[in-house]
Design a protein around this ligand. Structure first.
Ligand code: NAI
Length: 707
């Protein structure tokens, strides 16, 4: 803290040895000693809080501290001590101006809310959020109490229930920040405003209340309507699987009553949420993704520089890969067989970028710049200096071999060729290469610009720096990357196939389509398995299943009746005909009842929801353990992230391995055996599970940091 002339104290938050500022118990204690000085030193008339980090304000609380809570009471006390500190700022003698540049998250925003005047920079880096619900928690340092008073009930609920980032401009519009400035004058202006506050000369901008807001926020009946709607919507979206969302609504509602009780309610609910299973799993996912960001994926091998990208096949996936690359400023060159196909690919990239422009995620200038990075050819011109090529041509081994041979004729020595195949073993593709050590799999998911996962597949021949380059490139385009070893289906499709097959089998046994989908959505998947089959396309699905069945035998076979569905011309959404009805625009409607006439088991079977859930989910979980046994994934962490980010395995269950740890290997084995007795052949528990059931072992430590 530095006290400037005129009695303005400038507190610079700069946590030593850390890239970002975080609140820890020590930081809070130090803040409190500074606030003590405000009381002792009457010459201090105003204060500024600013960050010493060049790019970030405050990232929030130190997540490690959340793991250390012994029980709900312990967490409640931590929240209360946060409240005490914030109250000393909010209710103190000294007016405090907060100067925000970079991410202002969680406790950082709660501190800002306790300050008397908020200035933010208009830099794109400056974002404000209360992301606690994403960790299964609620804001615990006053966020649920102060935010509604500053931005109004509806904006506050939206921010708290989604945890999403709000950019500076939007924060200004909602009244969350009082002033926007260029980063170069942030400190200077903050000091000036502090002086004006001390002198009682600061004119605040009045936040405009919309008519709707006045009607709703300021009268109890209007508010009751908003809270009821919020609870209904939350129930619908979360299926009741995220208790923190309801706790957050309760806490916000308490902010309209007695102040003390409001804060006490927030602290109590924060404490309760900290002890939920959901919170533990969300925190695990946070640690696992953080660990993956730091993991180069190939030991100590360093990635090679990639300054441009070649994409073979400008179809659906090729265009997606090109789009995410151009967004990062990388020049991309397409190669396809016909000029029309190239033009279509560039058009698809334009659509993705256009969408970002419409949503104001990029400026017109950025749109033009990024689009101009993408070009195409039908004859490999422009591939002579390309260090990395990703192949996304038809899923035919012979086509893959042809393009591999052709492109290697023009590529520089040492260039890497990656395949986006979803089923063909990378080692089989690599047989056509001049140098199999340069061949690797890069399995993106569709749509590429939305799906967060990249599965990098290495063969026994792939050179470590090649794997490292694929991983580094994936991270550059914003993906969470897992590295797996080459085997049919790799990891994600390997565990997806038995799950989807089981759903199909339930169908042929006479269980209703919507009953299956609803059961799995209730379990926590984002969409049901039958809907997913329609999305993927039944022809594509059959191809994948064929590969898996050839490799693993009958237990990976789809029920024969599924063929009748495909033969009926039902390929899913793309043919606007599948298990569900689709309108002209491809929007999904009700179940297509006419499909039941094609299926056996026409007398509908009622099966308890738990039966459906166990049969489908346990097959995925059991298969995941097998991939670990076989060394396809290197550790449970990668399998959990792959399932959650690649398939949508319920995040609040942490992933297949975390799920086993939670339920207990012995219980899972017992459930599998019970199912195996009725449906022999598919539910044989993986050997590793049986061992763990006997020894009581777990995949992750029971306490402390999960990874
Ligand atoms: P697509 O049919 O949309 O695109 C394939 C493109 O490759 C077409 O533009 C075609 O003209 C082009 N092509 C064919 N032969 C070529 C050649 N000799 N030289 C250059 N270009 C050639 O197919 P899609 O869906 O993009 O799939 C591509 C690859 O990605 C396949 O290996 C597929 O298994 C894989 N994949 C697909 C996913 C999906 O959801 N569609 C997901 C993950 C992987």
């Amino acid at each position: 803290m530095e006290v400037l002339e005129g009695g303005v104290a400038v507190i610079t938050f700069d946590l030593p040895g850390e890239p970002v500022n975080k609140f820890t118990a020590e930081v809070i204690a130090e803040f409190v000693t500074l606030l003590d000085r405000f009381d002792a030193d009457r010459s201090i008339r105003a204060a500024v809080v600013i960050s010493g980090k060049p790019d970030g304000f405050i990232a929030g609380a130190d997540i490690d501290a959340f793991l250390a809570f012994r029980d709900a009471k312990d967490a409640e006390r931590a929240s209360a001590s946060g409240h005490a500190m914030m109250a000393r700022i909010a209710d103190g003698r000294v007016p405090v101006v907060v100067a925000i540049h970079g991410a202002c998250m969680g406790g950082g925003l709660e501190l800002s809310l306790a300050c008397h005047y908020r200035i933010a920079t208009d830099a794109p880096k400056t974002v404000l959020a209360l992301p606690e619900v994403q960790l299964g928690l609620i804001p615990g340092a006053g966020g649920t109490q102060r935010l509604p008073k500053v931005v109004g009930l509806q904006v506050a609920l939206d921010m708290i229930l989604t945890g999403k980032n709000v950019r500076a401009k939007k924060a200004y519009a909602s009244g969350l920040v009082d002033e926007l400035v260029h980063p170069s004058i942030l400190r200077e202006l903050a000091v000036r405003r502090a002086r004006e506050l001390a002198d009682g000369r600061l004119e605040r901008r009045e936040r405009k209340h919309g008519a709707k807001e006045l009607l709703l926020d300021d009268n109890p009946i209007g508010r009751a309507v908003v809270f009821r709607q919020a609870r209904e919507m939350t129930q619908k979206k979360s299926k009741g699987n995220y208790p923190a969302l309801f706790a957050a609504i309760d806490a916000v509602q308490a902010s309209f009553g007695d102040t003390r009780e409001g804060f006490a309610t927030e602290a109590r609910l924060f404490g309760e949420m900290s002890q939920t299973e959901v919170c533990r799993q969300c925190i695990f996912l946070f640690y696992a993704t953080t660990a993956l960001k730091k993991d180069a994926g190939a030991g100590s091998a360093a990635p090679l520089p990639v300054d441009r990208l070649g994409v073979l096949g400008s179809g659906f996936m090729g265009a997606g890969i090109a789009a995410v690359s151009a967004m990062q400023g990388l020049p991309v060159r397409f190669k396809d067989v016909k000029a029309e196909a190239v033009a279509k690919g560039i058009g698809a990239v334009r659509d993705v970028l256009k969408d970002r422009l419409t949503k104001r995620q990029i400026t017109r200038q950025q749109f033009d710049d990024q689009l101009s990075l993408v070009s195409g050819t039908v004859d490999y011109t422009g591939f002579g200096r390309t260090p990395l090529v990703i192949e996304a041509v038809f899923e035919e081994l012979s086509v893959k071999h042809t393009v591999l041979r052709d492109v290697e004729r023009v590529l520089p020595a040492g260039a890497i060729v990656a395949s986006n195949t979803s089923t063909i073993p990378i080692s089989a593709i690599a047989t056509a290469s001049r140098d199999a050590s340069r061949v690797v799999g890069m399995h993106f998911f569709s749509p590429v610009h939305k799906m967060p996962l990249l599965e990098v597949i290495r063969t026994a021949q792939t050179a470590p720096e090649v794997t490292a380059t694929a991983v580094a490139y994936g991270k550059k385009v914003g993906k969470t990357v897992i590295v797996v070893n080459d085997a049919p289906g790799f990891y994600v499709n390997r565990i997806l196939v038995p799950y989807l097959n089981e759903a199909a089998r339930l169908l042929t046994e006479g269980v209703a389509i919507d009953a299956i989908d609803r059961a799995m959505v209730a379990f926590g998947y984002p969409v049901g398995p039958i809907t997913l089959m329609d999305e993927v396309g039944l022809d594509i699905g059959a191809k994948v299943v064929g590969v898996m069945q050839a490799a693993f035998g009958e237990r990976m076979a789809a029920p024969a009746a599924l063929e009748l569905v495909t033969k009926d011309g039902r390929l899913g959404r793309k043919s606007k005909k599948g298990f569900y009805l689709y309108d002209e625009a491809g929007k999904k409607g009700e179940v297509d009842e006419s499909i039941y006439a094609l299926l056996p088991g026409r007398t509908r079977t009622e099966l308890p929801r738990e039966q459906i859930q166990q049969r489908c989910a346990l097959l995925m979980v059991n298969e995941a353990v097998r991939t670990l046994e076989e060394g396809i994934i290197q550790q449970p962490r990668d399998g959990d992230i792959g399932a959650v980010f690649g398939i949508g395995f319920p995040p609040f269950r942490g992933g297949p391995f975390r799920y086993i740890d939670t339920v207990g290997a012995a219980t899972i084995v017992a459930q599998l055996r019970a199912l195996d007795a009725v449906h022999p052949g598919r539910f044989t528990p993986a050997a590793r599970l049986v061992e763990m059931a006997a020894s009581g072992a777990r995949f992750y430590p029971a306490t402390g940091k999960p990874v």
